[in-house]
Structures are given as C-alpha cells and as structure tokens.
Write a protein that binds this ligand. Structure first.
Ligand SMILES: Nc1nc2c(ncn2[C@@H]2O[C@H](COP(=O)(O)OP(=O)(O)O)[C@@H](O)[C@H]2O)c(=O)[nH]1
Ligand SMILES: [Mg+2]
Length: 243
C-alpha cells in the first residue's frame, strides 16, 4: 500500500487546522521536524486503498519570502515536493485567498483547491462557480465546510486522483508582460541547468527577477545538502521559532 504526502497550505484562519484535525483525528503529532520547525503538525489518514501523511504548513498569505513562515511553506513545497498540495481557501474572501493558490499553482500542478467555510459563504449569499474556477485554475476544486463535515468525501476523492496520478496538470502558466516574459525566457534555462529539472524553473526565474535572495539561499543550501539515507529534511535558513 503506497503512502502519499499531502501538504496543507492556506492563509491564516481559513480553517486549515480544523480540516487537518478532522482528517487526522488523533493520529497526529506536532513539532520536531529534523530539529527545524517547518511544519506545525503532522499526521495521517486513510481513504479507500491509500494512506496519506498529512503535513500542516504555517498559514501564509504568499510564498514570497516575507517571513520565516512563508519561507518554510515555500521550501517545503519546492524541495520536499509533496504528492499533493492542498490549498485551503476561505469561501468568503476568495479574491484575497486566490493569491496564494496562484502561487502554489505556478510551482506545481499537483494541487487540489479546497474552498472551505462554504456554509458561511451561503449564509452571506455568496455563490461560487466551482466549475468556472476549476477550469481557470486547471486543477480539481472542491467546496467544503470543515466545521460541519460537508464535502469531505469529495475532497478526499480529488486528493486521491492527484496523488495517484489519475489526474495530472502542468504548473499554471500565468502570462506576464513582454519584458518579463523575455527575461524568463533567458533565465529559466539557466535555472534549470544550475539546479536541475526537478525544480520549477519558470517560477524560480520569476522570483529571482524579483530579487528574492532568500529563495536563492535556499536553493544553494538544498543543492549542497548531502542526502542522508532514510532522512527527510528541509534546509531552511533562519527558521528557529516554534509555531
Ligand atoms: N463557519 C465555519 N467556520 C469554520 C469552518 N472551518 C473552520 N472554521 C472556523 O474558522 C476559525 C479558524 O479555523 P482554524 O482551523 O484555526 O484556521 P487556520 O488558521 O487556517 O488553521 C475557527 O474558529 C474555526 O472553527 C467552516 O467550515 N465553517
Ligand atoms: Mg492553523
């Protein structure tokens, strides 16, 4: 029986922990991640024929290296490459929340979008066109209420599709200005040559063009790290605080 890793990403207060706790129940523990506090909780759940390791990333508004939490979430998605990144969104403030979703999607198509607090949205008279959003984003989109346990089976089914590869999508390609696109065209191949094809070259090129020194430092550190057999560790500079 194969085990897949699902990373939970989302803005603070989107109900990420509520969903995490609902899925993992008592099968979770917080803390010690190879001596570095990257994830806030880790647990497990099963669905149909598969077991999943669930990893709760710190709540963040972006992956732009503005804080240790953003760096930690970014590094986990880029370097640990979870089988699925589940992005939990607040149905009542989708516009703000989609910012993070787009950033994750630019890194990886192994993503499921989970629109939580759908009960609250309904109460406020907000209707959400899931089909239209799924079409634009190119990945499965599921509406749930973690607190009321609505939509959970459907969510797990979509996680399974992405985890097993029954559903695949390339990273979302957002078209930037001609000037930026030209720079990406020049830089992305260099990124790929330097760091290898397993990392999202286009996204890294974009971040480097934006002067993201923290990402560059993480890339260098992860390039130089010696793989320890059986150990999984995220090299993460500057992250020492506990969440
Ligand atoms: N109405 C409603 N509230 C929810 C739902 N899921 C979570 N919440 C509430 O949203 C708040 C933030 O939840 P939490 O799981 O701590 O969010 P996190 O910061 O993303 O981990 C809590 O008060 C939850 O009870 C939901 O589906 N519906
Ligand atoms: Mg939380």
């Amino acid at each position: 029986m194969s085990q897949f890793t699902v990373a939970f990403a989302g803005n603070p207060n989107t109900g990420k922990s509520t969903l995490f706790n609902l899925l993992t129940g008592l099968r979770q523990h917080t803390g010690n991640w190879a001596g570095k506090t990257v994830i806030t909780a880790e647990g497990g759940f099963t669905h149909k024929d598969h077991t999943y390791r669930a990893v709760d990333l710190p709540g963040t508004y972006s992956l732009y290296s503005n804080s240790a939490d953003e760096e930690a979430a970014r590094d986990y998605i880029i370097f640990e490459q979870p089988d699925v990144t589940l992005v939990v969104l607040d149905a009542t403030s989708l516009e703000r929340n989609l910012n993070l979703a787009l950033q994750v999607l630019e890194i990886t198509g192994r993503t499921v979008i989970c629109i939580n607090l759908i009960d609250e949205a309904r109460r406020l008279g907000i209707t959400i066109n899931l089909k239209a959003i799924a079409k634009r984003l190119g990945v499965p989109v599921v509406a749930i209420s973690a607190r009321n346990k609505i939509g959970i089976e459907a969510l797990l089914d979509q996680i399974e599709r992405v985890a097993t590869g029954a559903f695949t999508a390339p990273p979302l390609r957002i078209a930037y200005s001609d000037e930026i696109e030209q720079s990406i065209t020049e830089l992305a191949p260099v990124v790929e040559q330097t760091f290898g094809s397993k990392y999202p070259a286009r996204w890294i090129a974009l971040r480097l063009l934006d002067g993201d020194d923290s990402l560059l430092a993480s890339l260098k550190a992860n390039m130089n790290r010696k793989p320890i057999p059986g150990a999984k560790e995220v090299v993460n500079h500057g992250v020492t605080a506990c969440h």
